[in-house]
Design a protein around this ligand. Structure first.
Ligand SMILES: [Cu+2]
Length: 149
């Protein structure tokens, strides 16, 4: 019995290891649309990929910005409005898109260094205490869309 269990456990971990990114909590396609107007917030978008368990994104931080919030745009009677979100659920194995007209990041004061590099490094903080650092491509209005990685 013990031997069977051990073999079973070994084969399960092998399956998980070979599943690749499907099991891993990560984010990609991160883009910041830099506001052309000084003082106005910029918007951030990305794809949040769920891991093996349900979690929530509970915060996003960056050393290179003044302030960053999670928002959701909703439309009521043809009027678009934004509300601040405390968290964004990321179900296991699912992809949640932060995109124009939906959930997004609102970013104030993107630093000049980050603007020169064209990249903003930010840390995603999840409800299970996972922290993931990602680089978002900073796009100025009028720039071509960044090439896919
Ligand atoms: Cu917003």
């Amino acid at each position: 019995m013990n031997k069977v269990m051990t073999m079973l456990a070994a084969s399960i971990s092998l399956v998980l290891a070979s599943c690749g990114q499907g099991d891993i909590l990560f984010a990609d396609n991160a883009v910041i649309n830099l506001s052309p107007v000084d003082g106005n917030p910029s918007a951030g978008y990305m794809d949040l990929h769920g891991g093996r368990v349900n979690v929530s994104l509970v915060g996003v931080t960056s050393d290179d910005v003044l302030r960053m919030e999670m928002h959701e745009t909703t439309e009521t009677n043809g009027m678009a409005s934004m509300a601040k979100l405390k968290s964004i659920p990321v179900p296991a194995g699912k992809t949640v898109k932060l995109e124009p007209g939906g959930k997004h990041l609102m970013i104030w004061g993107v630093g000049e260094g980050a603007q020169k590099r064209g990249l903003l490094t930010m840390t995603l903080i999840y409800s299970n205490d996972d922290r993931i650092e990602i680089n978002a491509a900073i796009k100025k209005v009028g720039d071509a869309a960044p090439a896919a990685e």
